[in-house]
Design a protein around this ligand. Structure first.
Ligand code: PLP
Length: 248
């Protein structure tokens, strides 16, 4: 029996430098032997140092791309990256509501490494609402702090505590990425309701590379598309990103 190549939908922004965004996503899916369909949320002009311009795609057009992609192909996982605006977040949420059986991995893209805004500042509540439709969200430490800042205003709380707050609010799984931490290892922690936390470690490399968040979330979604469990998908994806980082 021949098995057809799995198909994924990537909902994300483009980055003209190729360092991040949908280019990284498609490269990653190709490495895992997955075909990509796309719904572009924003077209950005970027160098590796600056975000020069962000052109958002109207939410109706994002929805149309998602519908067309889901109609054209048997999509077995969805990866979501840059969403840009509240209206796009809400539009994407409506589409996901019609496809509750497809696993969704969301990388909460807020700002670029260069400091350029990739999500409008008032969109945090809408983004948190969207988390409820996702199988997994993959914030790094600064993103996690900003996502939970309202609830934790005034109090300092560690990352696991912040992630548990999201779980208590209905998020199904949070992978807290430790890349911005220090130490000999980069440790990511998977937090799920009613389960012991699971750690995924890789030796910390001196190297830095743009788009590693895009790569990790895409690689996890790719492995979910093949039917892996969440923990197995994360372990494989982390090893993949570590290998790419070490190759430079
Ligand atoms: N640009 C786009 C379109 C992105 O989706 C992302 C991250 O997901 C970035 C830029 C930020 O990447 P980096 O933080 O590596 O600059």
């Amino acid at each position: 029996m021949t098995r057809s190549t799995p198909h994924m939908l990537v909902v994300a922004g483009s980055d003209s430098s190729g360092g991040a965004g949908i280019v990284r996503d498609i490269e990653t899916l190709a490495a895992f032997g997955i075909k990509a369909s796309v719904a572009i949320t924003a077209v950005t002009a970027q160098t590796h140092r600056d975000v020069l311009h962000v052109e958002t795609i109207p939410p109706d057009r994002v929805v149309q791309q998602m519908h067309a992609a889901l109609t054209a192909n048997p999509v077995t996982a969805i990866k979501i990256g840059m969403l840009a605006t509240t209206a796009t977040i809400e539009a994407v949420a409506k589409v996901l509501a019609n496809h509750p059986d497809i696993p969704v991995v969301l990388d909460p893209v807020l700002v670029s490494t260069s400091g350029g805004m990739l999500l409008t500042p008032g969109s945090m509540a809408a983004l948190r609402d969207l988390f409820g439709s996702c199988t997994l969200i993959t914030p790094n430490l600064p993103e996690l702090s900003r996502l939970t800042a309202v609830e934790t205003a005034g109090a300092r709380e560690n990352a696991a505590g912040q992630a548990r707050r999201l779980i208590a609010a209905g998020v199904r799984a949070v992978l807290v990425k430790g890349g911005h931490d220090d130490g000999m290892e980069s440790v990511d922690i998977l937090i799920q309701p009613d389960r012991a936390d699971q750690s995924f470690a890789a030796p910390r490399l001196e190297a830095s590379m743009r788009g590693t968040g895009c790569m990790l979330a895409s690689a996890i979604a790719a492995r979910l598309a093949f039917g892996d469990s969440l923990a197995t998908a994360i372990a494989t994806a982390k090893a993949f990103v570590h290998r790419k980082l070490s190759e430079g």
